[in-house]
Structures are given as C-alpha cells and as structure tokens.
Design a protein around this ligand. Structure first.
Ligand code: VG1
Ligand code: CO
Length: 543
C-alpha cells in the first residue's frame, strides 16, 4: 500500500454553511470533489499525526462511497486510528459522544440532516472538533480558504475497508476500528435519565409512537425504547435506515409527520408521539391533543430538567439561537441563571457549553440538547420528556398549560419560502437591511417598533464576532419579526420568516397560532414585500 499524491483543481463552491458542506449528490460525485474538501479540512488542522478520527454518517445514499474515500485520505495524512460506526452509521449526537468518550482529535459527520437523500438528493460533510461539536467559524473559514487553492490531495492506495463487522483492522499504518453505533450512546443516556421510572411509565399503560422516518434513529430508538425501557415492539415506526429514507423527507415537522399528528389529535391515539430527523439530532414532540412547539419544548425542558437524575443539581444556564422564541428566557429569569442568544447553528453553543456557562441549548428548528454532547440530540429530548412525564404523572397538555399559566405563552411560527431565486432573496434582505435604522419609533399595524437591527453575536468566551446573522424587528409589546436566509439549502435560497407574540400568564392561551400571528404577517409583507418580489403568495412550509 502506497501513499499517492494526486493532482487536483479547486472547486469554487465548497463554503461550509450553517452545518457543514451540503450539496446534491451529483455535485459531490464530481471528480475529486469529496477528496478536495476532506484534504482541505485536514490541511486546516494542526497536530493530527497519530491521532484518532471518528467517522460516521446517517446512512444516506453516497455515505458508503464517501466513507471509503475519507478512510484512504485519513490514512495518507497520518491519522493513527479511525473509529467508524458499523455499516458506516452513527447518528450525529452519537458521533459527538464517540469523539468525547474516546478523546478523539475530531470527526467527520456525513449527513445532510433533514434534507431528502438518494441519487438526486442531498449529501453533506461536516467536521467536528475534539469537544465533539461542529468546528467553529475560525476553522470552517480556513477550510473554505484552502478549498479555493488546493492543488493536490493524499490518499492511501488500498481496497475498500470492510465496515460490516465489529473489530479492528490495519489499513497501512493506520488502525480502523469498527464499533457498535448504539452501545456507548445507550450507556450515556442511562447516566442521565431514570430508566426505572420510565420503565414504570410504560408498565402503567402509557403508550407512545416514535417515527424514525427510515433514518438513523431506528437502531437507537429500538434498542433504548423497546429494548431497555420495555416499550412494546412496534412503538418505533420506520426503524430501518434506508439510503433514500424510503423516498421520503426525513424532517420531523407537522408537514412530514402529519399522519402522526392526526393520530395524536384523536382520543384513540397514543399518549405521546415523537420523531427525529435524518441524522438524529432533531426532535418533534406531540402529546395527546397538544403539539409542543420546539421553542416551548426548550423552555419546558429547562424548567423541568431537575426531575431527571443527570440534571438534579439544577441547570447553570440556557442558550437559544436568535430566531428561537423568548419562552426559555422567562425560565432563565425565574431560575436566576444565565441566558444567551446566539446565531443559528449548533457550532455557536460549543464555547458556552465548554466554559460551563450553560447546560441546556435549543433552536426553534426542533433542536434541543445539553452539555452531555456538543450536538443537538433528538432521542435525548424524547427521553427527557419521558422522564418528566414519568415523574410528574400528568399529560403533556396539562404540563404545557401549567407552564403558560406560570410564564405566559409565546405564540410562535416560522414561514419558509423555499427555492427562491438567490438574487431576488438577497435583494429582498439587503433592501430591508438598508431601511432598518428608520424603523424604531414607527407604529406599524398598531405596534410600535422598539428596535430593528441585523444581529451581531459577540462570543463572551473567545471574544469573536459574527455579523449579519439575521434581521430582527422587535416591538414594544414583546412581539418580534426575524428574517434570514437559510445556510443549509442546496438549491436557490430559502427565506425564513420567524414570528413571535407574547401573551402574559393571565392572557388568552387558546388562540389559533396562525390567527394570533396574522398582524405580524401583515407587517412583514408591508416591510419586505415578499409577494411582490418573489411572486409567492404563501410560504412553502409553515412550522
Ligand atoms: C437550519 C436550522 C438551524 C439548524 C440547522 C442544522 O439551518 O434553521 O437551526 O441548526 O438547520 O440542522 P438554516 O441555516 O437552514 O436555517 V440539522 O438538523 O442540519 O443538523
Ligand atoms: Co439534523
């Protein structure tokens, strides 16, 4: 086996987005496209010689091809060991745990998360650092700079490595260890939650359904829910990972999990429903007759976390992404703990978690997690909910209502306009940005603007600054409009509009969400002219 140095030419479009590099499979299939990107990552790291690299993905189409390339390049670049999930599989939170648990140097997480997979679907590569979390901007910027000038990559000339059996093999000077993707993660969950209490909950007749959406969480959910926790077989649906997610869209929201939602809204349905996305880091939570918005779920989990053994000493702080509703802020205020507002994307939580400033983090996009790993974690959120339900012995609906009666309710929705022409979307945002300074003090549709800006984040731990993270327009009554362009799409631009309105504890908590937020939709249209500029009369997805 020899190390080959292979000449290549740069691609101009390898800029990592919110969560790594995401492109359609035909783009990744171009000659040296994967090789260029992985070599650029390794070129941007210092001190990798002899170190351990974790590799795993959500099993989507092209996972197997990309992993073999990654192993050859890792071996040629001097890594001492690669830890890879059996069959090339690792959920994103499990990969984060493996990096931390085995003190690896970093990891390659192969996924495009909730985006569809298949020969014409999406693929993605993300680098995580030694704390188990996504590489910070300092590194992703360096990787991008490198991709623009790369002229060669190194690869070991070796046949494909067999990833089907657990065990160790030698690949050149490097060791490849194939590990059980579920085992360490299941152990970690047992240190955080009261499995005995949750087992009792299932024994008492509590019923749930978990939709793995033909994606990575199937093996994890089956082993933990049906195996360790004694939920009846069949609790986990669509539990076999498929390279195309059975030709579905593995995004756990009310559009793609509508069947489950409808079932939960009937008396005959189960007590609890949950789902996770392609790579296992998102969660959807629905109780009988009660959908829990991700922003509310973050606040509820933070307020009740002390009921689970892993958090019984209390939480030290909460962080949420800027577009996420302020529901969690009210919990932090009451608990007298730190609250942080960060840009969209999990990479911004890493420093706060490492510094011990926060315990629980969350995003409106169905992501919640804690300091147990450095990624959001779908199954973790489901287990924390189950632990809380087992202790409180109340329904999800009762717990949510009691929360609103204590803290008030933040009505919240997100309207997405997908595959908009990029030039039009950018012009829309630029135009609005140019007028922000004129807005404070104006009364729009009866609401007075308190502030209007483009969010800049100052990381309190390393002092770095991230500008242009989304337009925020806040009103005197606590309502808020946020507009930003997605950093995970692969075709055109996706415009996201986030709307929020606060209703105090003694206010009306039973309005229809879309009706409650109608006035803000009107203001957004007046300010941004979405219909006129994009020709879209309504959002493509409402969550
Ligand atoms: C979206 C979400 C963001 C999330 C990111 C990755 O990013 O809004 O909250 O962190 O996806 O999630 P954007 O830039 O498209 O809005 V996942 O489940 O890919 O790992
Ligand atoms: Co995901």
């Amino acid at each position: 086996m020899t190390i080959q140095i292979i000449k290549t030419t740069p691609y101009a479009d390898q800029k990592p987005g919110t969560s790594g590099l995401r492109k359609r499979v035909p783009v990744f299939s171009q000659p040296n496209y994967v090789e260029n990107f992985i070599q650029s990552i390794f070129d941007s790291l210092e001190g990798l010689a002899g170190q351990t690299l974790v590799i795993g993905g959500d099993g989507r189409f092209f996972n197997d091809v990309a992993i073999q390339k990654a192993i050859r390049i890792a071996a040629a670049n001097g890594f001492g060991k690669v830890l890879v999930g059996q069959g090339g599989l690792l959920s994103t939170p499990a990969a984060s745990n493996i990096i931390r648990h085995y003190k690896a140097f970093g990891g390659l997480v192969l996924s495009a998360s909730h985006n569809p997979g298949g020969p014409d679907g999406d693929f993605g590569i993300k680098y995580n650092v030694g704390n188990g979390g996504p590489a910070p901007e300092k590194i992703t910027d360096a990787v991008y700079a490198r991709t623009k000038v790369i002229d060669s990559y190194k690869a070991l000339d070796t046949p494909d490595v067999d990833l089907s059996k657990i065990g160790t093999q030698q690949v050149g000077d490097m060791v490849v260890e194939v590990i059980d993707p579920v085992k360490d993660y299941a152990v970690l969950m047992q240190t955080l939650f009261d499995f005995e209490a949750i087992r009792g909950l299932f024994k008492s007749g509590f019923t749930m359904t978990f939709d793995s959406m033909h994606a990575i969480t199937g093996p994890y959910a089956k082993a933990i829910l049906e195996g360790l926790l004694g939920a009846p077989a069949g609790t986990v649906k669509n539990g076999v990972p498929s390279p195309t997610f059975n030709h579905g869209h593995p995004d756990p929201n009310l559009v793609y999990c509508k069947d489950m939602y409808d079932l939960l809204m009937t008396e005959a349905g189960p007590d609890f429903g949950a789902a996770s996305d392609g790579d296992g880091d998102r969660n959807l939570i629905i109780g009988k007759n009660r959908f829990v918005t991700p922003s509310d779920s973050l606040a509820l989990l933070a307020a009740n976390a002390h009921l689970a053994p892993g958090y019984k000493a209390g939480i030290v702080g909460i962080a949420r992404s800027m577009p996420t509703s302020a529901a969690a802020d009210r919990v932090a205020e009451k608990l007298g703990i730190e609250m942080h507002e960060t840009p969209t994307g999990w990479k911004f939580f890493g420093n706060l978690l490492d510094a011990g400033r926060v315990t629980i983090c969350g995003e409106e996009s169905a992501g919640t997690g804690s300091d147990h790993v450095r990624e959001k974690d779908g199954l973790w959120a489901v287990l924390l909910w189950l632990n809380i339900l087992a202790v409180r012995k109340e329904s999800v609906d009762a717990i949510v209502r009691e929360h609103w009666a204590t803290y008030g309710r933040n009505y919240y929705t997100r309207h997405d306009y997908e595959e908009v022409d990029s030039a039009i979307a950018n012009a829309l945002v630029d135009n609005l940005r140019g007028r922000l300074s004129t807005l404070p003090g104006q009364v729009l549709n009866g609401l007075e603007v308190a502030y209007a800006d483009d969010f800049t984040y100052h990381d309190p731990v390393d002092g770095s600054t991230s500008a242009k993270q989304g337009i925020r327009i806040g009103f005197k009554d606590g309502s808020r409009i946020v507009l930003r362009l997605s950093g995970t799409g692969t075709v055109g631009a996706t415009l996201r509009v986030y709307l929020e309105q606060y209703e105090p504890p003694n206010g009306n908590h039973d309005l229809d969400v879309q009706r409650a937020l109608e006035p803000l939709v009107g203001i957004t249209e007046d300010l941004a002219g979405i219909k006129a500029r994009t020709g879209r009369t309504e959002p493509s997805v409402i969550t």
